[in-house]
Design a protein around this ligand. Structure first.
Ligand code: 2PG
Ligand code: MG
Length: 434
């Protein structure tokens, strides 16, 4: 007998992301007539241990076409998953992993496998007649995440105009997700006014943050504090700073080059610089403070500040349960960024979050710098009760689609909705900044 939730057909097509690059969309249709679709995002500052995104190479679109990944979905993958129950995600994803047969999804491409993994989850939610966040998290899924929202872009997302990649804000003082967005909207607006008043031409970087026209990295931090104050908020209490240093982009082997300031630093030098910033500025969270290959640096940095702020591994941990286990044993980082395309299936990403949560790590579900209108990650953040969500800035449709989706869910949950609030920074001994 065919289950109603059994997969009837899978179809993929090439669509385009926010950088105008090709990416993979998959549609999964079930025997009961339900269907779901999802689009895979793409990073620019990637960890070397991420699952492999299959690109065609050659001349077209700078070698970035995804016709091979699309063909894999429409051929091999479609045949292999037909008849599987879409609402048995673990079995479906295990089939995708086994079919690929490599440790990094190098054969079929993590973009091919993830598109199907996510589309199947959407189809399963539809078959159960509930929104995806509720399908994933059950009736308890009512925790709205603390948003991390970029105000200035930098690093690989802004032609390396400044070294640091993401200058973001979080709102530990806000009482709801909707209020955190309102506050961030004011900070973003004031940051734009401030740049214009300085004569710094205002455009936006890859994720919608203001283009970083600064002479030093510290000037960006000072401007961010000014924007928070001009918007009428108490820095550190109501609105605090979150940074993604993305240090792997300017350092290897414990040697770091700050291009903007023409400075070479070793691991200890970079740690010292970041610790000074943590003293001077109301910073609540720092992502990838050291390079992905600098585990000892991560341990030293976490020992120095991990009791009072969030230290996040992104390129360092690449959403891997195994790497989180190793990091925890070494006291490196106390939070993990969760990006499904770093692994290539939802199940493996959730395994990372389960492992991290059990070890006392905080979790931040995150978009990539190359995004689309797909809002799956919002449902993951709420359904998995991650507590935090990073999507980029407060501009551009591919970012706003996600913030607006979370707003709709908060409204739909009504009195049941809870906001993660300042408590998210309180795990693992870390406390919110004052
Ligand atoms: C990151 C992300 C989002 P990318 O480093 O956290 O800012 O960037 O998708 O380019 O890796
Ligand atoms: Mg990052």
């Amino acid at each position: 007998m065919t289950l109603p939730s059994a997969i009837r057909s899978v179809h993929a097509r090439r669509v385009w992301d926010s950088r105008g690059r090709p990416t993979v969309e998959a549609e999964v249709a079930l025997h009961d007539g339900s269907a779901g679709s999802a689009i895979v995002p793409a990073g620019a500052s990637k960890g070397t241990r991420e699952a492999l995104e299959l690109r065609d190479g050659g001349d077209r679109f700078g070698g970035l076409d995804v016709q091979c990944a699309v063909a894999h979905v429409n051929g091999e993958i479609a045949r292999a998953v037909q008849g599987l129950a879409a609402d048995d995600q673990a079995t479906l994803d295990a089939r995708l992993v086994a079919l690929d047969g490599t440790p990094t999804k190098a054969r079929l491409g993590a973009n091919a496998t993830l598109a199907v993994s996510m589309a199947a989850a959407h189809a399963a939610a539809a078959a159960h007649g509930v929104p995806l966040y509720q399908y994933l998290g059950g009736a308890d899924a009512a925790l709205l995440p603390m948003p991390q929202i970029q105000i200035f872009g930098g690093g690989a997302h802004a032609g390396r105009r400044v070294d640091i990649q993401d200058f973001m804000v979080v709102c530990p003082g806000a009482g709801s997700f909707a209020q955190a967005l309102e506050w961030t909207a004011e900070v973003y607006r004031h940051a734009g006014l401030l740049m214009r008043a300085r004569g710094a031409l205002v455009g936006v970087a890859d994720e919608g943050g203001w283009w970083p026209a600064f002479d030093t990295n510290e000037m960006a931090l000072e401007a961010l504090v000014s924007a928070i104050e001009r918007a009428g908020f108490v820095p550190g209490e109501q609105v605090a700073i979150a940074l993604d240093i993305a240090a792997s982009d300017f350092g290897r082997g414990g040697r770091y080059t700050l291009g903007l300031e023409r400075r070479e630093l070793d691991s200890d030098g970079l740690i010292e610089l970041l610790l000074r910033w943590c003293e001077r500025f109301p910073i609540a969270s720092i992502e990838d403070p050291l390079g992905e290959d600098d585990a000892p640096g991560f341990t030293r940095f976490t020992a120095a500040v991990g009791h009072r702020l969030q230290v996040v591994g992104d390129d360092f941990l690449v959403s891997s349960a195994a790497l989180v286990g190793e990091a925890a044993a070494a006291g490196a980082a106390n939070a993990v960024l969760l990006k499904p395309n770093q692994r290539g299936t939802l199940t493996e990403t959730l395994q990372c979050w389960d492992a991290a949560r059990a070890l006392g790590y905080a979790g931040i579900v995150s978009a990539r710098s190359g995004e689309t209108e797909d809002t799956t990650i919002v449902h993951l953040a709420i359904g998995w009760q991650a507590g935090q969500l990073k999507v980029g800035s407060f501009a551009r449709g591919e970012r706003m689609a996600k913030w607006n989706e979370a707003l709709r869910i908060e409204e739909r949950l009504g009195a049941r909705a809870r906001f993660a609030g300042a408590a998210v920074f309180g795990r693992n001994g870390a406390r919110p900044p004052v």
